[in-house]
Design a protein around this ligand. Structure first.
Ligand code: HPA
Length: 244
């Protein structure tokens, strides 16, 4: 089976040194992927902010990333997202699985493959944006690896790159948001449109604006790196358990 992990903030070293790097050309632009072979199975890694973390969330070419994975034959993927905590569902330093999102990006991004014309007008359902099968495999793998993880939560996706005002965060909380980030809704929508079985894993790196008496503070880089390493292990372990 062909699987993929899409990483963001803190994920630069995710693929490891022994992965094979290649550039994939798609109708939407080029993207770089890293490939690792596990017997008959292939695991691809993509960095949504690019090598060197140079592309901000509102300028990521989400369509090129998802189209590249589709072209490579990827059938299942896990997105990894840094977030700020709005509720205690996922506390800073902790992990969670997304089960719903609210898209607050404002419609300025290229967030669909469905652009009409010969293909006609298409609407993807969003009742279950995240794969039950993948989420169950991640939960099982987390239990096996003894990694604490929250199994549900609602992700608020802002356009960024600016962070939120405390008033916005108070509103998101009333809406039922548990954490906030700038990428998952767009990526999830495109993965669903492409027919890729998809799950979203979050890790919180701060309390969102207005919730920390000290102002905004982020977990240390070293701690973030440790969490990302565990998430990569968790995601690849979940794929292996399904491939077996
Ligand atoms: N807001 C938006 N995106 C984020 C945050 C935040 O507080 N933390 C990490 N990604």
């Amino acid at each position: 089976m062909k699987s993929a992990i899409i990483g963001g903030t803190g994920c630069q070293a995710m693929a490891g040194k022994d992965a094979q790097r290649s550039t994939v050309v798609t109708p939407y632009g080029e993207t770089v992927v890293f490939e690792k072979q596990h017997g008959d199975d292939t695991l691809y890694f993509a960095l949504r902010h690019g090598e060197g973390h140079r592309v901000p969330p509102h300028l990521v070419n989400y369509r090129a990333i998802i189209a590249a994975l589709k072209q490579l034959g990827v059938s299942q993927a896990i997105g990894i997202y840094a977030v700020g905590s709005i509720t205690s569902m996922v506390l800073p330093g902790n992990l969670g699985l997304i089960d719903q999102f609210i898209d607050f990006t404002g419609g300025q991004r290229q967030s669909t493959f469905f652009t009409g014309g010969d293909a006609g007008v298409q609407h993807i359902p969003m009742l279950t944006p995240y794969s039950k099968r993948l989420r169950a495999a991640i939960a099982k793998e987390a239990a096996r690896l003894e990694i604490p993880i929250c199994l549900k939560g609602t992700y608020i996706c802002t356009n960024g790159p600016r962070l939120e005002t405390p008033a916005e965060i108070a509103m998101f909380r009333r809406w039922g948001g548990d954490y906030v980030g700038m990428t998952a809704a767009t990526e999830t929508t495109l993965a669903n449109e492409a027919g890729i079985d998809f799950a979203g894993l979050v890790y919180s790196i701060n309390w969102a604006a207005g919730l920390d008496a000290e102002g905004l503070s982020f977990i240390e880089d070293e701690i973030m790196q440790r969490i990302v390493d565990r998430m990569t292990l968790l995601a690849s372990g979940a794929f292996s358990s399904l491939d077996r």
